[in-house]
Design a protein around this ligand. Structure first.
Ligand code: ADP
Ligand code: MG
Ligand code: MG
Length: 890
């Protein structure tokens, strides 16, 4: 029977593992092995595998039988490679013990340095190095670290000892302590530790090592680590590895140093080295903030106006060696590296490398630069940028160095930043915006009646509501920055002001909102415009070359349609005509239509609406030229358009000649107990055919007019919503087609059009084969399909969604990321059955999922022809579609 290998050695000219063994060796261990293989200067050591961790927990915290012997053998090997011996006062081997999971994981055990020190080896180290101060500085660090992370003692006892000592001796800096001072401190540390422990601080190096290894494995199950895994979807059975590595010392005087670096600037992506270091320091000193670190390069030092010399200036030889290592690592890993290093008496040692984390801006620049220099292919560059991260680059953002005076914090509901004057009312927002004033609409919550105000506003704040509240969903759709659920804001509509944190903001005062962080800030803050050409343009070009699916947009106003086209939309996937009804100068006619009690009254009102709708479509067709435009006929229940105030009722009464009392009665009659499942969508078309007839006429006449004016042949895809049966569609299709024929014969121009349906009811998905007999295209309305599949109202889900996510009933909010197994099955079934009836049936998605990268991958896998999303998500969808296509190719 073969024995499992639990321990892998690295360094000293060879390695038993390499970078491909990340799962077994953890990220740190795999990369240490790889660097050693590349011949880079890595202190030798060994990695105890993640499999040990898994076995440890599977066997009631017992180690595999062969482990001890394998560790002893690895230690022996390490001793022979370094020429030192564990516990040998004449030439002591010291090691670090470092945790290292597959994915970098804060929350795990902190590294222990200088392990192997005791009174004898410390004295030996002092003699050997000729630097007693260094030896006892290392020793006191070890006692403190080991006590803290392995023995679980409160580190404040050590800090107190040191502080008291410094006070008594009038020292302010640790560097002022002499060798003999550290000897005293070490003594006090040991005594304090023993007092706390009730036994002596461990002096046997092998026992120290055993303790540290156990502490790493135990840290896998700390509350901190469990929480982190939960938040980042890291499975428990991945386990962590332990790295035991010979120490090198950055605290051996003025030619020694320790530092961290990136091979490129991780915030801008600029191709220049970036990092910090400290002379005569060890481990985490650089990030601990005890001393101010120095810049890596002269360029960086000059840019920052720093007076301390850079590493390039202070330790030029080691710097040049380090720069050469950077180049080797970047060429080898073909990505920007995040590095930890130490210089011991002029000799460089590499302690860690990994692919560096970076901002969206840097990710884009690095991917494009690397592809242009030939280091990676264009396709790899496309895979390197996270589409979701791209969102940050498409909106104005607050300048990094701007001062943020935070009034209140809510949810980051829709990204980007905006500044403007506060208004509390949608009509007021529209009024001020028309005068050219930038406004921020502040509401307790928003409703469909606020659409025009939200549109007019630069940004939206609500005091109530979550990430899927009306405000959040609509703002994302419009590309408006939004902070929702800013609970610290108290709005007083009557006084036209809000208070937050004891401060009062009045209508007309400037605020700035950051929809990416959820902050509401006082005053107008400087903004940076998004850069859409340059690197962004190049990456999009490469993405477009490889993607299969088209990308369209959900838009209805000329401004949004234009934005989407500028972002590369190849058509409109959803033009919601009801938004066009809410306009202040139209709503009167719309109400008149709804409230008339006979067909003649409705037709009279519709005659007034027709030219307005036609004009809307004309401007959309002019922008979209010959790109296909899917226009959805009226969908919401009529009562959404009803007058609410007495004033409104009287206005309608005047226009129609009907009494206010009668109007109220009609309004009452329209109310429904379950409007989402009520008289809406094609059901309106069935009972009030004149509404769809008017809309169809507006579409076709607009096409004809645009063609006559410009020679462009607009392409309309007329979409009938909420179809459940083939019969509904066949009745309405005939009615629409009849209008097309009429317009053609009246004008002498034949409009180019298709008639299709939205698939948003489970029955429609299941009977897609019948429906495809009539439908010339399907568009998956996955918002409603999700609602109707789950029997779950999006508007009310906020109350229990957090519990559902917390308890793991829903992995993700199904309104944000498509539920691929349930709703997705219906999409797959409908696509298959629809295409069985009508091969080549055009398929798309127009729910909010069309802009979600994970959902876009799904759409690609079931063969949809296009996805459609809000204008600002078009580039995200282009990139995600490209990645889906590349993945499908394998
Ligand atoms: P983290 O995962 O928190 O970065 P590391 O295991 O990388 O922890 O250790 C932190 C720091 O400790 C390293 O950046 C390095 O400065 C120092 N360190 C770790 N091992 C050694 C070693 N063998 N010799 C010298 N310094 C070390
Ligand atoms: Mg590290
Ligand atoms: Mg719908």
């Amino acid at each position: 029977m073969s024995v499992t290998k639990w321990v892998y050695a690295f360094g000293g000219g060879s390695s038993e593992g390499d970078a491909s063994q990340r799962e077994l060796l953890g990220g740190k261990g795999a990369n240490l092995a790889e660097m050693a293989k590349l011949g880079l200067p890595v202190p030798p050591g060994f990695t105890i595998t993640t499999a040990v961790c898994v076995a440890y927990y599977e066997n009631n915290k017992a180690y595999p039988a062969e482990l001890d012997a394998q560790i002893d053998a690895a230690l022996k090997n390490l001793e022979s490679v370094t020429g030192k011996a564990f516990g040998d006062p004449a030439n002591p081997l010291l090691v670090s013990v470092r945790s290292g999971a597959r994915a970098s994981m804060p929350g795990m055990m902190d590294t222990v340095l200088n392990l192997g020190l005791n009174d004898e080896t410390a004295e030996g180290l002092a003699k050997l190095s000729g630097d007693k101060r260094f030896a006892y500085d290392s020793y006191r660090r070890f006692i403190q670290m080991y006590s803290d992370v392995v023995l679980d003692l409160d580190h404040s006892i050590f800090e107190e000892i040191l502080e008291t000592f410094k006070e008594e001796n009038d020292y302010s800096l640790d560097t002022e302590l002499s060798a003999d001072d550290w000897v005293v401190i070490v003594d006090e540390y040991k005594r304090a530790a023993a007092d706390e422990l009730g036994r002596d601080f461990p002096t046997d190096p092998r026992e120290q090592l055993q303790g540290a290894i156990g502490a790493v494995f135990d840290s896998w199950m700390t509350a901190r680590a469990i929480k982190y895994r939960e938040l980042h979807d890291i499975p428990e059975n991945w386990g962590t590895a332990v790295n035991v590595q010979a120490m090198v010392f950055g605290n051996m005087g003025e030619t020694s140093a320790t530092g961290v670096a990136f091979t490129r600037d991780p915030s801008t992506g600029r191709n220049s080295y970036y990092g910090e270091f400290l002379i005569n320091a060890q481990g985490e000193d650089v990030v601990a903030g005890i001393r101010t670190p120095q810049c890596l390069t002269q360029e960086m030092r000059e840019e920052m106006g720093d007076t301390q010399p850079s590493m390039q200036e202070a330790l030029p030889d080691s710097y040049n060696e380090l720069a050469a290592v950077f180049d080797v690592l970047e060429r080898h890993y073909r990505d920007m590296q995040d590095i930890e290093f130490t210089v011991e008496r002029g000799r460089l040692w590499m302690l860690q490398t990994r692919n560096g984390k970076r901002t969206a801006k840097a990710a884009l620049k690095i991917a494009v630069d690397m592809a242009e220099s030939g280091l990676i292919t264009e396709e790899e560059a496309v895979m390197r940028v996270d589409p979701a991260q791209l969102d940050q680059l498409l909106h104005p953002t607050i300048a990094d160095d701007a001062k943020r005076d935070v009034l209140a914090t809510g949810l980051p509901a829709s990204p980007g930043a905006a500044a403007g004057v506060v208004v509390f009312d949608s009509d007021e927002a529209e009024l001020r915006a028309k005068k050219g004033e930038p406004v921020i609409l502040v509401r307790i919550e928003t409703s469909p009646e606020d659409i025009h105000g939200m549109h007019a506003a630069q940004g939206i704040v609500t005091a109530r509501g979550g990430m899927t509240s009306h405000a959040a969903v609509v703002a994302r759709g419009m590309g408006r920055p939004c902070v929702s659920g800013a609970g610290g804001i108290r709005i007083d509509y009557a006084a036209k002001q809000f208070t937050a944190g004891g401060r009062t903001v009045k209508e007309g005062d400037f605020v700035t909102i950051d929809g990416s962080t959820g902050e509401v800030l006082a005053g107008a803050i400087d903004m940076i415009k998004p850069e859409l050409s340059g690197d962004f343009g190049r990456l999009m070009e490469w993405a477009d070359k490889v993607r299969r699916m088209k990308v369209r947009t959900n838009a209805e106003t000329p401004a949004d349609v234009q934005t989407a086209k500028d972002f590369g939309a190849e058509g409109i996937g959803l033009c919601r005509t009801e938004h066009m009804f809410f306009d202040a100068d139209r709503i009167a006619a719309v109400r008149e239509m709804i409230l008339s009690d006979d067909k003649d009254g409705r037709v009279a009102a519709l005659v007034k609406i027709l030219p307005m709708q036609r004009a809307d479509f004309e401007s959309i067709f002019e922008i979209m030229e010959e790109r296909p435009c899917t226009i959805r006929l009226l969908d919401p229940p009529l009562h959404e358009f009803l007058p609410h105030t007495e004033e409104d009722v009287h206005a309608v009464a005047e226009a129609t000649g009907l009494s206010a009392a009668l109007l109220m009665q009609r309004a009452e009659a329209l109310s429904e107990s379950n409007p989402m499942l009520g008289h809406r969508g094609c059901r309106l078309g069935i009972t009030f055919p004149e509404i769809y007839e008017m809309q169809a006429r507006a579409i076709f006449e607009a096409q004809v007019n645009v063609e006559k004016k410009t020679g462009i042949k607009p392409v309309a895809e007329v979409m009938i919503p909420l179809v459940a049966t083939a019969k509904e569609l066949s009745i309405l299709k005939a009615a629409v087609a009849k209008i097309a024929d009429e317009v053609a014969s009246e004008s002498g121009t034949v409009p180019v059009y298709l008639i299709g349906t939205m698939i948003e009811l489970p029955r429609a998905a299941l009977r897609a084969d019948d429906i495809a007999v009539e439908a010339e295209f399907f568009s998956f309305g996955t918002n409603d399909l999700t609602q109707t599949t789950f029997g779950l109202s999006r508007d009310d889900a906020g109350k229990f969604m957090p519990d559902y996510i917390a308890q793991g009933i829903f992995e993700k909010d199904p309104f944000v990321t498509l539920d691929q197994s349930g709703v997705g099955d219906l999409v797959r079934i409908a696509a298959e059955r629809g295409r069985a009836t009508r091969p080549g049936l055009k398929l798309g998605i127009c729910g909010e999922h069309g802009g979600d990268p994970a959902s876009i991958h799904f759409c690609d896998s079931v063969g949809l022809d296009y996805v459609s999303c809000s204008p600002y998500r078009v580039p995200i969808a282009r990139l995600a579609a490209a990645q889906a296509a590349l993945k499908a190719r394998g």
